[in-house]
Write a new protein. Structure first.
Length: 183
């Protein structure tokens, strides 16, 4: 049996989700591979950690975090395997990432180094399409390019999943009182 590993994801409000869902619906190949996850930004991935302690830590950190607006302003690629939409990495988003990684930044196991602060390689993004076939991604680019226009999205909650089982472990509300005047 494989060791469990966990992904911490930032989720969006309904209006932002609707934008991502409408873009994914326009991608012919994405209809064949529905995602079990809502649109999200992956903040961290963890292995060899106690699930309860990790949840307690995230709960506490969420008291310091508040919903943030993000300017989704560009498309991107990881090689020719992943097509994504990415936000401008605002100070608020970088701060959220740093707060989450004040602890457990070394507990990424085999899977999460690129999400850590020490990697200096985290790319916040929302995946639109993953494919092992480069031609699929290349054929999709013009479709997404026609649909895409920069937009403002809102991160309003975090969620922790166990990856292999796709079990939703816990939803973590952000502290809406900290920054509600700006929303």
């Amino acid at each position: 049996m494989e060791k469990p590993y966990y992904y911490l994801m930032a989720l969006f409000d309904d209006q932002t989700n609707d934008i991502f869902h409408s873009m994914k619906q326009a991608i012919p190949s994405s209809k064949d591979e529905p995602s079990v996850f809502l649109p999200h930004l992956t903040l961290g991935a963890y292995m060899d950690v106690d699930e309860f302690e990790l949840c307690e830590w995230i709960d506490g950190q969420c008291q310091r975090l508040y919903p943030i607006k993000l300017n989704f302003n560009h498309l991107g690629l990881f090689a020719l395997k992943v097509l994504f939409i990415a936000p401008q990495p605002s100070n608020e988003l970088v701060e959220m990432h740093q707060i989450i990684h004040e602890r457990y930044d070394n507990d990424y196991g085999e899977i999460g180094y690129n999400y850590t602060i020490q990697s200096n390689n985290w790319v916040p993004h929302v995946t639109l399409l993953m494919s092992s076939e480069p031609h699929t991604v290349l054929e999709t680019l013009p479709v997404v390019d026609q649909l895409f226009a920069p937009f403002i999205g809102l991160v309003n909650t975090l969620v922790l999943y166990e990856y292999h089982s796709m079990r939703k472990i816990k939803v973590f509300p952000l502290n809406h009182e900290l920054n509600s005047a700006e929303l």
